[in-house]
Design a protein around this ligand. Structure first.
Ligand code: MG
Length: 356
């Protein structure tokens, strides 16, 4: 180093950053004091628990030998951030809780990584956090680790959230897509298309106001009730999110190598959702849901599983919509309301980007 450079290091030192409180600034993503302040002020009060409070690099949880963990991660980029019936925060919790639960697991812990855009109003972030707190409380899970990064203005649409969920799989239970069996009855736990059309409506794309609300909800209680009713007689559970019911059924048909037949007149669709779909040229079978399950169950356990689901919050409108069999392997057929039968294929492209 040239000792005669004449630089005055004392005055060149970075001054203490101005304490921003109303807006996210780049410093909030620094990993330094401002990051810690952000976490301490906004996140910890909502999710306080011993694991998070320990403040280490990872949340450590005890596990006894023989127990299985179900772990799922999902990034959420829905636009707009708030929509009727939900917001990106509720979605980020529920989507991951549901993905863990459908494996037959009791979701226990969740982590959240936030990408924040410079200029984001802190008030908006606070609303999202409050919504996440409500959803974690409802699901009975704890947020045990998190991260915040900040990108420059224009590099993100306000905020994105990645969540990772961890659950303990119920012993003796292993529902998965490959287990669909000839004769299995297929339950759908309520109306389809609500979430996708609620987001479309929030974007102003309907051209009129509607009563459509997203179905975003944690379904672990419903999964618990269904498993209590039918145990390992439940062969498959899945939440028909992006790509809709049609895509989920096709995934299961392909995974299991079985054919599936559904009946159009048994699939519940709310009238405003059907009307909005018709107006925009969408088929509700392909529109996203965030609070519904499909359940494949042994025929003799179908009635009691249906009753158990209908007794749950979010499951009141559950229906039997079809069964496994009487269709070519790997295919989904639908008996239409006109009495004909048609092939229901997987969603080919993307009809509604940024839906979750
Ligand atoms: Mg899923």
């Amino acid at each position: 180093m040239n000792e005669n450079s004449g630089l005055d290091f004392e005055s060149a030192a970075c001054p203490l950053p101005f304490q921003h409180t109303a807006q996210i600034v780049l410093g909030h993503g620094s990993g330094g004091k401002m990051s810690h302040d952000l976490v301490a002020r906004l996140f910890v009060p909502s999710f306080d628990n011993p694991v998070l409070r320990a403040g280490d690099d990872a949340g450590v949880v005890e596990l006894s030998i023989g127990e299985r963990l179900a772990i799922s991660t999902d990034s959420h980029v829905v636009w707009p951030l708030f929509f009727p019936g939900g917001d990106i925060g509720r979605l980020a919790i529920c989507g991951t809780v549901n993905d863990v639960a459908v494996m037959g697991a009791e979701p226990k812990w969740i982590t959240a990584g936030f990408i924040l855009e410079e200029g984001l109003e802190v008030e908006i972030l606070q609303r999202v956090i409050a919504s996440m707190q409500t959803a974690t409380a409802e699901a009975g899970i704890e947020l045990i680790a998190g991260d915040t990064k900040v990108v420059q203005r224009g590099k993100a649409d306000g905020l994105y959230i990645n969540t990772t969920g961890i659950g303990i799989v119920r012993s003796g239970i292993s529902p998965n897509g490959s287990r669909a069996e000839e004769g299995d009855i297929i339950l759908l736990t309520g109306t389809i298309g609500d979430h996708g059309m609620a987001v479309v409506s929030a974007r102003g794309d309907l051209g009129f106001t509607s009563s459509i609300c997203s179905d975003t909800a944690p379904l672990n209680q419903m999964v618990r009730s269904a498993l209590d009713a039918a145990g390992d007689g439940i062969h498959v559970m899945r939440d028909p999110t992006r790509g809709g019911l049609a895509t989920t059924l096709n995934e299961i048909a392909r995974q299991s190598g079985k054919g599936i037949v559904i009946e159009e007149n048994m699939i519940p669709v709310k009238p405003p959702v059907r009307a909005a779909c018709e107006m925009l040229g969408f088929d509700p079978l392909y529109v996203a849901n965030e609070g519904k399950l499909v359940i494949f169950v042994r025929p003799h356990l179908a009635a009691r599983t249906l009753a158990a689901v209908r007794a749950c919050r979010y499951g009141e409108e559950a229906e039997i919509i079809g069964k496994v069999g009487n269709a070519p392997a790997g295919m989904v057929l639908m008996k239409t309301i006109f009495g004909s039968t048609r092939v229901v294929d997987m969603l080919a492209g993307e009809i509604l980007p940024r839906i979750c």
